[in-house]
Design a protein around this ligand. Structure first.
Ligand code: HEM
Length: 199
């Protein structure tokens, strides 16, 4: 289920390359659309974010991880790169997000959580702390998966409130806070004593 949803939403940014004025671009003012900085951040964010979503779930497949540790390392480095590029650009996009300060803060915090958990996941494995690496990567992909949960919550909230902006403000938080709680439940019983050097 996670793989199917991640693949579908991971491919969704492609629409922006094939359709003029697609999606959110229709709701942005001309000054922002003319800004080279905003446009570069936007395309960097959706491309790197889509790729991170597409490859991230593969890393949790135990069979692949055990049978091909080299592939795990290489995909992991790609995920790291995409997640860091996409989260940094997302933090900038957040400042100009629709929905004002509350939505902007929600997206900004998500970008921060995604960046920090990914960075910590990487530095943990460099130090040979396997369980800590697994924990941080579960948090990292749960943050990345907010791209999916946002698109599940949003239509529901629009129906409930009958108002897109109200729904958007709420979804800026609802798309990731419950994901963090799920990540917490998944990781809380991981035993600290399992931490072993990585060979
Ligand atoms: C997890 C951290 C993420 C954060 C903080 C974040 C934040 C944002 C922000 C602030 C915007 C602009 C919204 C606006 O201007 O109103 C945006 C748009 C967008 N993001 Fe992300 N995003 C994240 C992850 C992802 C991922 C993994 C994808 C991969 C599919 C993605 C795909 C998009 C797309 C396609 C848009 C354009 C809006 C739309 O068509 O729905 N984002 N994101």
């Amino acid at each position: 289920m996670i793989a199917i949803l991640a693949t579908l939403i991971g491919l969704y940014p492609l629409f922006y390359f094939f359709q003029h004025n697609f999606g959110i671009l229709g709701n942005k003012n001309s000054a922002l659309l003319a800004s080279a900085v905003w446009s570069s951040a936007f395309y960097m964010h959706i491309t790197a974010g889509g790729l991170a979503l597409l490859i991230g779930w593969v890393q949790f497949n135990e069979r692949i991880r055990i049978s091909s540790p080299v592939m795990h390392r290489q995909l992991g480095k790609l995920y790291l790169l995409f997640a860091l590029f996409s989260s940094v650009s997302a933090a900038y996009l957040a400042i100009h997000a629709n929905g004002g300060l509350i939505a902007a803060t929600g997206f900004f915090c998500l970008a921060l959580v995604w960046f920090i958990s990914t960075f910590m996941g990487y530095t943990s494995i460099l130090k040979g702390r396997v369980t800590q690496h697994q924990k941080f990567m579960i948090f990292s992909y749960s943050a990345c998966f907010a791209a999916v949960t946002l698109r599940l919550w949003l239509p529901l909230l629009v129906v409930i409130y009958g108002d897109f902006i109200k729904a958007y403000v709420l979804v800026a938080w609802l798309c990731w806070v419950p994901n963090m709680f799920v990540a917490y439940l998944l990781t809380r019983d991981m035993n600290k004593s399992e931490m072993q050097p990585y060979s």
